[in-house]
Unconditional design. Structure first.
Length: 647
């Protein structure tokens, strides 16, 4: 007689799913140190992005610029695109919003109230992007999509003020959640769907896509022109790029050799973006591509760095501080956190007789290095910096006589006043030992996981719907959610590559009858090709704006640009030298196969009378015009939705 020997708990669904759950954790595990590096890098990118955009603050974000709110509301209708930047059209309000965004980015950089800073940075980022879509690129879409998923991750668990003030209850270095999986899926979607839309003959058959891309003078850098000398190499790079975009992301989710294959993918994509950056001006896209890959660095990278990056110096470092001074304790803990000095020891000087005596004698902390050398005052600062794996190279600079003298004076001043500036609080390091209690319920975690899965599905469904061969339209409700969260996206990078290139000549006719080129600060008008077309544009945002302005889809905005040129010139010139008529001309140059050269063709896109009301515009037909360049402006009563920005 057969007996049933299995116990009921052997058939518990959770036990049955245990191996798959373990595999899920292994595949979607994110190292907290990688997330911290991701946070610092992302915040830095936001700051640089704000600085770059601020150069065109008046032109791109105010009612006196090239895209006033009236134009946005007339032609750019989408009720779920929300933007604080539409509240006012003055430069003062726009500048204030820039400053607020920079403040939250700085909070994100140092990890202070990280979740609040991340959410606020995301809101202000999508608000800024929505204000002027004419200057957006694929990198901007990548930024907002990655930040959406990242703001739900424990960004402040390592290398942050939050990690000092409120240490995590977790003692490990990994994080697994559906939001982390969502970030990985979003990163992978950028490349997979960019590869899926590359079905043109230049990518799939001829292998000429990179040849055509590098012939776009508005993008190309000197290294790109260097690559043009090697047609076979460019053909190989075309096929390698396409294959790596399609199959490289799969390495991020490998069920076997997970860490090794993920590291291979991370290195490969970083190398690919470095190649993009070296050869072409692509705005933030290569940077955000590299930064998102930093979030996926596996743990063994950090373990290797911990064993080899000045490990002896860090392990042998001991800092004795005034235990009665909360400021001193906190400062020591912050130095250990931000200079990556773990496993250095922080010890109250009162617990060591010799250290207490030396602290009283020198009125200073006592820093003992790995060679048992004892350092005081600013010399202790130098010893701490020398042991850091990230700023060790600054130590020789700090020992220079002028720097050292100033440092000693500053340290002495702070040391004399530390009793006044510090607040007697509970010893900060002791607070670090107390784990933070988690108040997240099982129901909350389930709801969070469900929301993450919803947005993962939305990202995949949206990208599938954007494929040329897609036949099932996305439901309106899903599109509204995507527009509200700005997860709407399309990755048509050079798909197909542009074959038409050229440069602008903005002819301004002055009241005295003289013609000047307004794009070149009033230089004489010349239709000769500039030595560097890419260098004509003052910033990357201007380059993108003017490249878009050439397209027929954006013809309605040309008169706003002409009016802006009139305003900018006439406010700094007197009678007789003021501009009366502006003509926007474009010298179109086609890229031909096999290095053949085409004759540039002059195309007049718009003529604007500076004395006429803004609404009066007159496209001037010329024999060389094409219909796509002279579309009538969309009716003010109907409006259009701008196409997706691309590279």
């Amino acid at each position: 007689m057969l007996e049933w020997t299995h116990r009921p708990r052997d058939f518990c669904p959770m036990n049955f799913l245990a191996p798959y759950r373990s595999r899920f954790k292994e595949i979607f595990s994110l190292d907290l140190r990688s997330l911290a590096l991701f946070r610092v890098s992302f915040a830095t990118l936001i700051l640089f992005d704000l600085a770059g955009r601020a150069q065109g603050l008046l032109a791109h974000y105010t009612d006196l610029g090239v895209f006033p709110r009236e134009a946005a509301l007339r032609y750019y209708h989408e009720p779920f695109f929300l933007s604080f930047h539409f509240l006012d059209g003055s430069w003062q309000v726009q500048a204030a919003l820039f400053v607020i965004a920079a403040m939250f980015a700085l909070m994100l950089l140092v990890g202070y109230k990280t979740r609040v800073a991340a959410i606020a940075s995301w809101l202000l980022l999508i608000s800024l992007q929505t204000r002027n879509p004419l200057i957006l690129q694929g990198g901007d879409i990548f930024m907002r999509a990655a930040l959406f998923f990242a703001m739900f991750l424990p960004w402040g668990a390592r290398w942050s003020i939050d990690s000092v003030r409120r240490p995590s209850h977790s003692t490990g270095e990994s994080h697994v959640s559906f939001w982390g999986a969502g970030l990985m899926v979003q990163i992978a979607a950028v490349y997979v769907f960019a590869g899926l839309v590359k079905t043109s003959v230049e990518w799939a058959q001829e292998g000429s896509a990179i040849y055509y891309a590098l012939n776009i003078d508005q993008f190309t850098k000197p290294f790109g022109y260097f690559l043009l000398q090697y047609p076979d190499l460019m053909r190989l790079l075309t096929f390698v790029t396409l294959l790596f975009e399609l199959f490289g992301p799969l390495l991020l989710f490998a069920p076997v050799f997970t860490k090794q294959l993920r590291f291979t993918a991370v290195v490969g994509f970083i190398a690919m973006h470095l190649g993009f950056m070296a050869s072409m001006r692509l705005g933030p896209f290569p940077w955000i591509g590299i930064i998102t890959m930093l979030a996926l660095l596996p743990a063994f990278v950090w373990d290797f760095a911990s064993r080899h990056a000045r490990a002896r110096q860090r392990a042998g470092l001991t800092i004795y501080y005034d235990g009665e001074c909360g400021f001193c304790a906190s400062l020591s803990l912050y130095l250990k956190t931000f200079l990556l000095l773990s496993p250095a020891r922080l010890v109250p000087a009162a617990t060591d007789e010799r250290a207490a005596r030396e602290m009283a004698e020198h009125n200073s902390w006592v820093v003992v290095d790995a060679d048992e050398g004892r350092h005081f005052a600013f010399g202790g600062v130098v010893a701490v910096v020398r042991a850091s794996p990230i700023v060790w190279f600054l130590a020789p600079i700090l020992t220079l006589p002028p720097v050292s003298t100033l440092g000693e004076r500053f340290y002495a001043r702070v040391a004399r006043r530390r009793k006044n500036i510090c607040i007697p609080t509970i010893f900060a390091a002791a607070a670090a030992e107390r784990p933070r209690r988690s108040i997240v319920s099982v129901g909350s975690r389930a709801m969070s996981a469900a929301c993450a899965l919803l947005f993962i599905g939305l990202v995949l469904a949206w990208n599938i719907d954007e494929l040329p061969q897609a036949s099932l339209p996305l439901p309106r409700a899903a599109r509204d959610i995507a527009h509200l969260t700005r997860l709407d996206q399309r990755w048509a990078m050079f798909s197909p590559p542009l074959r038409e290139d050229g440069w602008y000549v903005i002819v301004g006719t002055l009241e005295g009858g003289r013609n000047v080129d307004l794009l070149r600060d009033g230089a004489a008008v010349s239709y000769e090709k500039p030595r560097s077309v890419a260098a004509m544009y003052p910033t990357e945002r201007w380059r993108k704006y003017l490249m878009n302005l050439y397209l027929g889809d954006f013809a309605a905005y040309r008169h706003h640009y002409a009016a802006y040129l009139c305003y900018q010139w006439n406010r700094t010139h007197t009678a007789g030298e003021r501009v009366s008529v502006v003509e926007i001309a474009f010298m179109s140059e086609m890229t031909l196969p096999n290095y053949e050269r085409a004759v540039p063709e002059r195309k007049s896109l718009w003529v604007y009378n500076c004395s006429a009301p803004l609404g009066e515009m007159s496209p001037v037909p010329t024999p060389n015009e094409t219909p796509s360049l002279n579309e009538e402006a969309p009716s003010p009563t109907t409006g259009v939705l701008l196409p997706y920005p691309t590279l």
